[in-house]
Design a protein around this ligand. Sequence first.
Ligand code: A2P
Length: 342
Amino acid sequence: MKKVNVAIVGATGAVGTKILEKLVERNFPAQSIKLLASKRSAGVEIQAGGHTYTVEETVPDAFDGIDIAFFSAGGSISKMFAHEAVSRGAVVIDNTSAFRMDENIPLIVPEVNGQLLKEKQGIIANPNCSTIQMVAALKPVKEQFGLNRIVVSTYQAVSGAGSEAIDELSAQSMQFENRDSIEAKVLPSASAERHYPIAFNAIPQIDAFDPSGYTLEELKMMNETKKIFGDNEMSVTATCVRLPVVTGHSESVYIEVDKENVSVEEIRASMEGITGIVVQDDPATQTYPMPLYAEGRDEVFVGRIRKDPHSPTGFHMWIVSDNLLKGAALNSVQIAEMLIEQ
Ligand code: A2P
């Protein structure tokens, strides 16, 4: 297999560190791995797979000779450097929302629409973390029974908002224990006018509000799902909520399938045995997915599958996955692996 030169932009961040871990763990055919971050981190050493890597500042010249560049340093950094990296010969796999809805840029979950990857593509977008786990789980259902409606409510972990949000949750938990006043500076989003504590709370705002009343995170889930499934007619609605969970997004998902008289057993069977999906669904033994147990795992977990009592084609389910892995780093590395295979 051809060996490639890799760069990770945002290598010191919550997702960037996982990308490096996944490259090492999966024996990715890397000739070299360059870690890039802000000027603040230049010179910092990071150990992985028996190597010591030294972080460099992200500057245009850093992309010379790079074949694949993973970007996970925020949308503004992607907008600043992704085209630059492409012009110097790299394929960019971008984890931010900067290019996802650009009609010329593929938005890829390999097992769902990997066929859209072409050899030597400029920028490839990695979808939103909540979207990836949902479409990965629903792909076999859609294939067998058709899918025309999704109503999803998310219960999202703080690590999706980066390492500062993880730090804020632990600091606030200590402040709560010590009965100190609770300081909130990061969530719901760093640029928000008001900040609320996340410890012992649930915040029904992820990212900024759109004039429609939806948040940008909710719109990402709605628009990205349609783009990935290649179905603009599908009805998709989302409510996104941040919870005091460090890692692992959970989702309560209501779907309506096209086919009539489908049973819960058939829905369950369509997902069972599919690589990357684990069905954990047995009320008798209280078996269902939970974020605490999904952390560190590559798969998407599905449980609580049940029929809606009022809609003949409606089903409910609970979908959980590690937002930093299948929701971000793993999916990006799988995209890179697929490109190399091609
Ligand atoms: P740094 O650690 O040097 O600030 P997270 O998503 O966990 O918040 O991480 C954000 C990532 O984006 C970090 O690796 C961070 O690097 C990186 N980053 C932030 N600002 C810049 C910048 N101006 N140029 C390149 N990388 C940046």
